[in-house]
Ligand binder design. Sequence first.
Ligand SMILES: Cc1cc2nc3c(=O)[nH]c(=O)nc-3n(C[C@H](O)[C@H](O)[C@H](O)COP(=O)(O)OP(=O)(O)OC[C@H]3O[C@@H](n4cnc5c(N)ncnc54)[C@H](O)[C@@H]3O)c2cc1C
Length: 284
Amino acid sequence: MKPASFNYHAPRSVDEAVALLAEFGPQDGRVLAGGQSLVPTMAFRMARPTHLIDINGIAELARLTVDGDRLSIGACVRHAAFDSDTVKGATGDLLRKVVHNIAHYPIRTRGTFCGSVANADPASEWCCVMAALDGIAVLRSQRETRRVPAADFNQGVMMTDLQEDEMVVACELPLLPEGTRSGFVEFSRRKGDFAIAMALVAYRLENGLIVEPRVAVGGAEPHARRIAEAEDALRGQAPGADVFAAAAEVAAQVVDPMEDINNTAAYRRGLVRTLTERALESAA
Ligand SMILES: Cc1cc2nc3c(=O)[nH]c(=O)nc-3n(C[C@H](O)[C@H](O)[C@H](O)COP(=O)(O)OP(=O)(O)OC[C@H]3O[C@@H](n4cnc5c(N)ncnc54)[C@H](O)[C@@H]3O)c2cc1C
């Protein structure tokens, strides 16, 4: 099928884009970023936006910059940007481990980090990264600029705090301290498919003991989130198979997994246990 007809706008600045959103957002106007989620749903006519606001011509949104202790990812930065060593240090290492799990290479050259965050698929790898690292979504409208922590931004399956006249202009991630170890593992039936579940872990060692543990699970619940109980099971422990297995068991017990036609909640719970343990093992 072909998309239903729509009006196309190509703003050259963020000010112009938010002015268009203020006017057309309430009339089902939508931002077009990489188009890798929006265009297929338009082709199937599951989405019929009346106005598309294409942000790809806004040069300032293509920036990937380090700003103090934060990495700022502009709204037009593609997934593929994280395949290179552009981002240094522990955060860059983690992003490189994650990125090749997203879709296929051609999709990664168009799809954007911020588009994934705005789209809020439960199985979005970048939403899992945002949750794990306490990332911040920077939202702009004509009214204001808001900085919303990932834990508040994500509200359910493809539901966020984004208002109809707002756009995500950037996502910010902390630069993890030197020496941070990280692991990311997901499971999907075929390479490139959306994952059924995923686990992301990060921690540092001080005097041989785990400090600043982060454990996040995606794909299993309506949105990715940190699992504080599993982090508590790691904090202050020496890394090892028994500790990892215990933390993974805690994660499996506290999640409230979704069910769908192919996957029971029990199956997803089992995946959370296995993937969390493997992510911890790979980080060690
Ligand atoms: C075959 C296939 C496999 C895929 N597999 C995966 C996968 O494994 N993991 C994964 O995470 N994704 C996957 N994707 C989706 C892909 O990663 C998309 O790129 C991503 O979900 C959306 O980013 P985008 O830039 O393409 O957004 P678009 O498709 O342009 O937009 C998606 C939605 O977000 C809104 N939006 C986009 N950017 C903004 C913004 N800056 N401000 C406000 N709203 C915005 C749009 O209005 C729209 O509603 C897959 C896609 C395909 C086609």
